[in-house]
Write a protein that binds this ligand. Structure first.
Ligand SMILES: C[C@H](O)[C@H](O)[C@H]1CNc2nc(N)[nH]c(=O)c2N1
Ligand SMILES: N[C@@H](Cc1ccccc1)C(=O)O
Ligand SMILES: [Fe+2]
Length: 286
């Protein structure tokens, strides 16, 4: 999950990471305590999984379904991270680590830079099935992990970790957060001539999986790195704009071809764009 930069600062003070919550290591990891999950927790997982798998058929990029399969994520119940990591690590060197919720920016990106994905050790309640503002284990593991089994995405996520740490040093985290937000969390791709979902924030949300592809309300813009770095975002509702990549494997090459620190400097001289701005935008027909 992403909070806008200053919100993160408010919550976690300035740059320095506060002490982790009791029971967490200095990297904010905690034991998953899988055997303490309740029957309701497993029921919520199974209910969400069945509904999203049906809904996403034909709506998610192909690599998403492939990831679910190779990681055997269709097994009943909340995944046990140790069992999941056996398969995931063998595929792309990534492991999932349990955290109690949002962690400070520098902690988050350090994990990514070392191929560790921080996943919530809790799951949403039965009355929050369609949308949740916080990243729970369903968002983190169902939404993010299947694509981590895809080598291009695995490389892109680690590169974002390094870019995030660099952005923290440059005081440009709010810009890198937008790149993460409009790709990893809410990215759309063109696949076989149609819009498909690859962003985890959509994949894990029943409501937004429909809205992102079928609603006339949001704008769908051709991916443009400068525009993404200038465009703010909302963390508390469905997105007002989505950026579309031609092939979602391309986003890594697109990003790494540019010197982001030079871009940060250049963009500081132009105003930010609101999340629903379409000024000079390369709008795509629905
Ligand atoms: C940009 C910022 O680093 C981003 O919001 C991070 C912050 N902390 C996080 N913490 C957790 N557990 N999961 C996340 O997705 C994030 N996102
Ligand atoms: N809204 C997503 C969870 C999420 C929160 C914050 C950022 C991204 C995704 C869901 O309901 O599953
Ligand atoms: Fe997320």
């Amino acid at each position: 999950m992403l909070q806008n930069d200053n919100h993160q600062r408010e919550r976690h003070g300035a740059l320095a990471s506060p002490t982790p919550p009791t029971g967490a290591a200095e990297d904010w990891t905690v034991p998953q305590r899988w055997d303490e999950l309740t029957a309701e927790d497993h029921w919520v997982w199974d209910t969400l999984f069945a509904r999203q798998q049906t809904l996403l058929h034909g709506r998610a990029v192909e690599a998403f379904g492939q990831g679910l399969d190779v990681l055997h994520l269709s097994r009943p119940g909340v995944p046990n991270f140790d069992e999941l990591n056996d398969k995931l690590h063998r595929r792309t060197g990534w492991t999932v680590v349990a955290v109690p919720g949002l962690v400070p920016d520098d902690v988050f990106f350090r994990h990514l830079s070392e191929r560790r994905f921080p996943a919530g050790n809790f799951i949403r309640a039965a009355d929050q099935l369609d949308y949740l503002e916080e990243p729970d284990v369903f968002h983190d593991v169902f939404g993010h992990v299947p694509l981590l089994a895809q080598p291009d995405v695995a490389d892109f996520m680690q590169a974002l970790g390094h870019l995030g740490l660099e952005a923290v040093e440059l005081g440009a985290l709010h810009r890198l957060a937008r790149l993460y937000w409009y790709t990893v969390e809410f990215g759309l791709a063109r696949e076989n001539g149609a819009f498909k979902i690859y962003g985890a924030g959509i994949l894990s949300s029943f409501g937004e999986s429909h809205y992102s592809l079928e609603s006339a309300k949001p704008h769908r813009l051709n991916f443009d790195l400068r525009r993404v770095l200038r465009t703010g975002y909302r963390t508390d509702s469905f997105q007002l704009s989505y950026f579309v990549i031609d092939r979602f494997e391309d986003v890594l090459k697109l990003v790494l071809r540019n010197d982001l620190s030079a871009l940060y400097e250049e963009l500081d001289r132009s105003p930010d764009l609101s999340p629903c701005s379409i000024e000079e935008a390369d709008l795509l027909a629905a």
